[in-house]
Design a protein around this ligand. Structure first.
Ligand SMILES: Nc1ncnc2c1ncn2[C@@H]1O[C@H](COP(=O)(O)OP(=O)(O)O)[C@@H](O)[C@H]1O
Ligand SMILES: [Mg+2]
Length: 401
């Protein structure tokens, strides 16, 4: 495993444990795990390109703040910072709902992303439809009211892994200056009957506390009822709860929260969510075309020492079929070649060469061929897949080339 991946996975583990201990009310151990999170973030920052470092260091600092706050025992956990706990009005909430709310707070990350649409390569049409569905309703609510165009509903982003779904959702929040609430469905699932629904209600309650919020449900396929197994009825009601909560956001004529969902496994998305009117906008996020791959190279090489002979066009051509995240990875791997020579062999500093990139490209094993094959296979035996037509077309093209 790459060192960076190793640190990331250690971070993920500490983060998971921190939330778990926090949930269980064990703030002492939660604090230790949050301190570890801060340390791993710092290590990650050291391994990252200079342009990414400030953001990562900022996250590291916030984890230290959270840990400090836990010592004081008077804060709630937000990645966007540490907020003093607001007193919950006792008269309107039962005790167990308070407990659920505290728990939901610890599951939920309320972020203020910095990434903007301009940082996302390609996907111009996609950005435009997201603007219409998400950004403009926030920016021009009177116009939507005047023309009687309803805002709200939901947007479902689907497509191959590593091609910008999460990034788009975060950028959408940044574009309209909304809080970004990002969670995986698996984070809110609970084995006890009724608990998952309660978690989901609490997540929406947190969104409603924000001035403006974008709720992003990643891995929305995990919401689906499993075909076998006894939990079917239970999870069916989780789907209903989501639809009910989404309907609830439209009241009062003022949009304050919008819902985005994403999946790499559209065939597994619950059929109830696939029917018209549930997710009003369904957007396919394809793998990057040549121009987009070139742009991703430019973005990621902006602060790296490049030799004049490096031919970005030729490299973008060679990365046909790569996911965006794999193009980013190629930049990292290429840069590590002269870095290693410098550190381990004490060679003089040198610029990145075309050969470094070619070696990096050869070392990759793109995941999309298998993913597109799987999509075609799965979608061919899934009912009501009209909304995923774009994927079927893209998969046929991808496999033919
Ligand atoms: N369109 C894009 N332009 C630039 N970078 C991208 C793009 N899509 C993905 N990336 C890079 O790949 C990483 C993973 O993307 P992400 O949005 O998490 O993919 P997904 O959610 O579709 O699996 C991002 O953090 C970013 O570095
Ligand atoms: Mg993602």
């Amino acid at each position: 495993m790459e060192l960076r991946d190793e640190v990331k996975s250690q971070f993920d583990k500490a983060h998971r444990l921190a939330k778990k201990f926090y949930d269980a009310g064990d703030t002492g151990r939660a604090r230790i795990e949050y301190l570890k999170c801060a340390r791993f973030m710092q290590q990650l920052a050291e391994m990252s390109p200079p342009d990414l470092r400030p953001d990562i260091l900022e996250r590291s600092r916030k984890f230290s703040e959270i840990a400090d706050g836990l010592k004081e025992g008077n804060i709630e956990v937000f990645t966007s910072g540490v907020k003093p706990m607001e007193p919950v009005p006792q008269s309107t909430h039962k005790k167990d709902e308070d407990a659920a709310r505290r728990k939901a707070h610890s599951l939920v990350m309320v972020e203020r992303p910095k990434v903007r649409f301009a940082d996302i390569a390609g996907l111009e049409q996609v950005k435009e439809s997201i603007k219409e569905a998400v950004v403009y309703p926030f920016l021009y609510p009177e116009e939507y009211r005047y023309f009687g165009v309803s805002a709200g509903g939901g947007i479902l982003l689907y497509g191959p892994p590593g091609c910008g779904k999460t990034m788009l959702a975060a950028a959408a929040a940044a574009e309209c200056d909304a809080a970004f609430i990002n969670l995986k469905i698996s984070d809110i699932k609970d084995k006890y009957v009724g608990e998952s629904e309660k978690n989901l209600r609490e997540v929406f309650a947190i969104a409603r506390q924000q001035e403006k919020a974008i709720l992003f449900f990643d891995e929305i396929d995990a919401l689906a009822s499993e075909r076998s197994g006894s939990s079917e009825g239970h999870e069916r009601s989780l789907v209903s709860e989501l639809l009910m909560q989404m309907d609830g956001l439209e009241t009062k004529g003022r949009v304050r929260s919008l819902v985005l969902a994403a999946t790499n496994r559209p065939w597994a998305v619950d059929i109830a969510l696939r029917r018209p009117g549930r997710f009003d906008t369904t957007v396919f996020i394809p793998n990057p075309d040549r121009a987009a791959r070139r742009r991703i190279l430019e973005i990621n090489l902006a602060h790296k020492p490049l030799s004049g002979e490096v031919d970005l066009d030729a490299l973008s051509e060679k990365m046909e079929g790569f996911a965006s995240s794999e193009v980013v990875e190629v930049c990292q791997r290429a840069a590590r070649i002269p870095l290693r020579e410098r550190i381990k062999e004490n060679k003089p500093r040198r610029q990145l060469t075309q050969a470094d990139f070619e070696q990096a490209i050869r070392s990759m094993q793109p995941v999309l061929p298998a993913w597109y094959q799987l999509s075609l296979r799965e979608l061919s035996r899934t009912p009501e897949v009209e909304m995923f037509d774009d994927l079927i077309r893209a998969a046929r093209r991808y496999i033919r080339q």
